[in-house]
Every structure is written in structure tokens, then in C-alpha cells.
Design a protein around this ligand. Structure first.
Ligand SMILES: *Cc1c(COP(=O)(O)O)cnc(C)c1O
Length: 440
């Protein structure tokens, strides 16, 4: 610890659970990945396109979008004004909200990666057993014979939240036996909803990470069981990355340019890193050095920040630094970052900041009051990002270093609203009231 304190000036703020803002000294505006490429992301996009007719058929709410699981990109001018008042600054350029909270089927960013990975596994099995070919209309997967076939296989995942919902809902729909390992303090409504869909929820009272490790081991020994590995799955990651191609199209439809003179800033809530990492990877393929991606973590769970700052990635946990990993931001309560994501993107992430839980609730209520949009606490973490970049000394250095000053008036800021539409009304009301009481 003493060593770290000498080398990393920010470490004191981070370990004392103060909000912190870190600019990544390794950030290169044009880094090239060798592990995964743009072709990998395009391959994922093509796979989702093959499945679109099936998705449209079995999830009618996606039929209007022809089976694409996509979310709206909204301007939020009233929220923009409220943020300017709250943070006492001028937010030049425009502010958008990417509403992954309203992704169909499972209502969070996990509907990208989680559903993609289940589809990838299903396709692999069906191809291997000569039940489909890639040129088929995949809506035939809705036939009973496929459910019978997939019922010979199982999928397991360890998750206390949205990943479990996505894997569970999609897996069960195809006919798989799905096992979602959860800690027993996970939200009641999530367990109920999964059981309703025919998913087996396995509750673990003690040491959840040990339970997940056990689940992984079990799957390793069973050739008919597939384990979705939140920490190191490339498939999850690529499923998330497809968001970038879709976003490009949405920005074009809104006549919003992203180029040398029109920079894009994106603010992504980060848990283990796969979701924000996959999106960042995709965005860097599409917009190169014109996009700047910032991750947001709770002050009690800054795992990616510690992993990148120390360069030790998944070799460190927040507990190693005396932090308790206790946060109301369900999707972000992760003590150890994905080593795979941290290493792959250590030159692509522009910076990371931390947010107190109370601030998340306050923002939740402000967003509901100004724009009528309900998010879950995790999903608000993107909002303080602009304030850090535009107001802090570190942020101003960043702006100068990349010569962005004169371009800020043309900038687009996108807050990634990662979840919330599945939260039941009563819970939603509690969140809102809590934010209201903080505002007073
Ligand atoms: C999972 C999740 C995240 C973060 O994704 P990771 O892949 O864990 O980094 C952010 N917000 C919400 C609502 C989530 O469920």
C-alpha cells in the first residue's frame, strides 16, 4: 500500500471512497488491437442479423424493428439544463441518452452481450448437428423440434442481476435448461421473474464467487453444459460491440456528425468491464480517435480503475485496497475487473471516474422529473462525466492535450443508460423517493 501511495497520487482518494477522476496516461488516440478485430465485431453483427427473423417471431415486441434488439438514442435538453445548474457549468454541444434501459427482451445492456452469447451457442449446436445452415431463415428455430433438441443441453451463468435475466430469458425461450447462480441477497423480483420463465435459480448464501467457480467447474466436466463467463467471455464482449454500428446509423439519422471537428464523448457505467469495454471496442473501430470513452464506477467498487491504474488488472480486487464493494448500483457491484477487457483496452479507455451511490439516486430523480425516463441506479453513473472533463484541472489538461478546446461547441456527449425498464413499479418508486429526499 505504501508503495502505491507514492506512485499513484490518486490512490488515496480512491481508497478513502472519495469521488475521483482519472485520466488514463496510457491512452493513445489511435491504438490498434491485435487480439480482436473489426471483422470479429462485424461477424457478431451478421450473426444477430441471421437470428433477427427468429427474434421477431418469438419476441413480438421486436417485430417493428424486424427482430433487431436495439434501443432509442434520445436528446434530453431538459436534463442538460438541470445538469448545468447542478454542476454550475456550461455544457456546450449536445447531450444524448442511449436508452439501453429500454432494450427489448431484458431491459438492460446485457440484452446485447448475454443474448448474443446464447444465440451463438445455439447456432453452433444446430449447425454441428445439421439442423440448420447459415442461409436458412432462422425463424424455423421457433419450431418445437428445436426446443426438444436444445432441451438436451444446459447453460449456466453466475450473476446477481441483469446478465442472469438476459441469459435466462433467451436460453429458456430456445428450450435450453438454464441455471442462474445468484447470491441469496439478489433482488427477489429477479429470481421470481426467472423462475416464471422456467429458469432454475440456484441461490448461494455464502461466498458467491466460490459458487460461480463451482458452476464453471461443473460445466467444464459436462459436455452438454455451457458456462457463460462474465469475466472473460469474448462472445459477450463482441455482442456488446455491435452497439457501435447501430449507434453510427442512429447518429446519421439525427444528422449528427462525428469527425475531426465534431468529437464524440461517451460515458459508460462499468462493472466487470465487458459491457462498456465491448461498446468502447466497437466505437473505436467505427469512430477511431474522434471518440473518447470514459468509464464510471461506484466509489465502493472501482475495480477497473484499480486494475488499470496499477497495471495489475484482474490480479487486484477492491478488497485488496480495503474497499468493501458494497453499492446499491447492482450492475456495478464488482470487486475484480475482467483482465481480458482491461488488457485489451488499456490504451483505448480515455479515463475513469467514480460516483457515490447517493449521487446516482439524486440523478435518477432529476432524470425522471425532467425527462420522464426511469433508469436503475447503475445506469445514472454516466451523467457526472462531462462535469469532470469540462470542469476539473485533469479534464482541462485532457482537452488541451488532444486539442479539443475549439471543438467542444460541436461535441456530442452520450450517456449510456444501461438499464432500468425491468424494475418493478414499487421498487422504482423507492428509488425515486430516495433520490428526492437527497435533493432536499
Ligand atoms: C452489467 C451492467 C453494467 C456494466 O457491465 P459490465 O459488463 O459488468 O461492466 C452497467 N449497468 C448495468 C445496468 C448493468 O446491468
Amino acid at each position: 500500500m505504501a508503495e502505491w501511495k507514492k506512485d499513484l497520487p490518486l490512490i488515496h482518494e480512491v481508497t478513502s471512497q472519495k469521488e475521483a477522476f482519472w485520466i488514463n496516461p496510457m491512452y493513445e488516440s489511435q491504438s490498434e488491437s491485435t487480439t480482436l478485430t473489426c471483422e470479429d465485431a462485424m461477424d457478431a453483427e451478421a450473426r444477430l442479423a441471421r437470428f433477427a427473423p427468429y427474434i421477431a417471431k418469438v419476441f413480438p415486441e421486436t417485430a417493428g424493428a424486424n427482430g433487431l434488439i436495439e434501443s432509442p438514442l434520445l436528446t434530453i435538453p431538459k436534463m442538460q439544463r438541470s445538469l448545468e445548474q447542478l454542476y454550475q457549468f456550461e455544457l456546450q454541444g449536445r447531450l444524448l441518452l442511449k436508452c439501453d434501459s429500454h432494450l427489448p427482451i431484458s431491459g438492460s445492456i446485457k440484452a446485447r452481450g448475454g443474448i448474443y452469447e446464447v444465440l451463438k451457442y445455439a447456432e453452433e449446436l444446430a449447425l454441428k448437428n445439421d439442423m440448420i445452415s447459415e442461409d436458412d431463415d432462422y425463424s424455423l428455430l421457433a419450431e418445437q423440434r428445436f426446443q426438444d433438441f436444445f432441451s438436451r443441453y444446459s447453460i449456466a451463468v453466475g450473476s446477481t442481476g441483469n446478465l442472469g435475466l438476459s441469459i435466462g430469458i433467451m436460453g429458456a425461450k430456445l428450450g435450453f435448461n438454464v441455471y442462474v447462480h445468484m447470491s441469496s441477497d439478489a433482488k427477489r423480483w429477479k429470481k421470481d421473474l426467472l423462475r416464471e420463465k422456467g429458469v432454475t435459480v440456484v441461490e448461494h448464501a455464502a461466498d458467491f464467487s466460490k459458487a460461480v467457480a463451482q458452476g464453471r467447474k461443473q460445466a467444464d466436466q459436462d459436455p452438454t453444459m455451457y458456462f457463460v463467463d462474465d469475466e472473460s467471455s469474448k462472445h459477450l464482449f463482441l455482442g456488446y460491440s455491435v452497439a457501435a454500428f447501430r449507434l453510427k446509423k442512429q447518429l446519421e439519422e439525427m444528422n449528427i456528425q462525428v469527425n475531426e471537428d465534431n468529437p464524440l464523448f461517451v460515458y459508460l457505467p462499468c462493472g466487470v468491464g465487458g459491457g462498456p469495454g465491448g461498446v468502447t471496442f466497437g466505437l473505436k473501430q467505427v469512430f477511431k480517435n474522434h471518440v473518447h470513452c470514459f468509464f464510471a464506477e461506484p466509489t465502493h467498487s472501482p475495480c477497473m480503475l484499480l486494475g488499470l491504474m496499477t497495471g495489475l488488472h484482474d490480479q487486484v480486487s477492491v478488497q485488496d485496497f480495503g474497499l468493501d464493494n458494497r453499492t446499491e448500483a447492482d450492475g456495478l457491484a464488482v470487486g475484480r475487473p475482467s483482465g481480458f477487457v482491461g488488457k485489451l483496452l488499456e490504451k483505448d479507455i480515455s479515463g475513469i471516474y467514480t460516483v457515490e451511490d447517493e449521487k446516482l439516486f439524486a440523478l435518477l430523480t432529476i432524470l425522471a422529473d425532467t425527462e420522464g425516463i426511469s433508469l436503475e441506479p447503475s445506469a445514472l453513473a454516466g451523467f457526472p462525466g462531462m462535469m469532470h472533463i469540462l470542469k476539473s484541472a485533469m479534464g482541462k489538461d485532457f482537452i488541451n492535450k488532444f486539442q479539443l478546446n475549439s471543438k467542444l461547441k460541436n461535441a456530442t456527449h452520450i450517456v449510456w443508460g444501461t438499464g432500468g425498464s425491468m424494475v418493478p413499479g414499487s421498487e422504482r418508486k423507492n428509488y425515486y423517493e430516495r433520490g428526492k429526499s437527497i435533493g432536499k
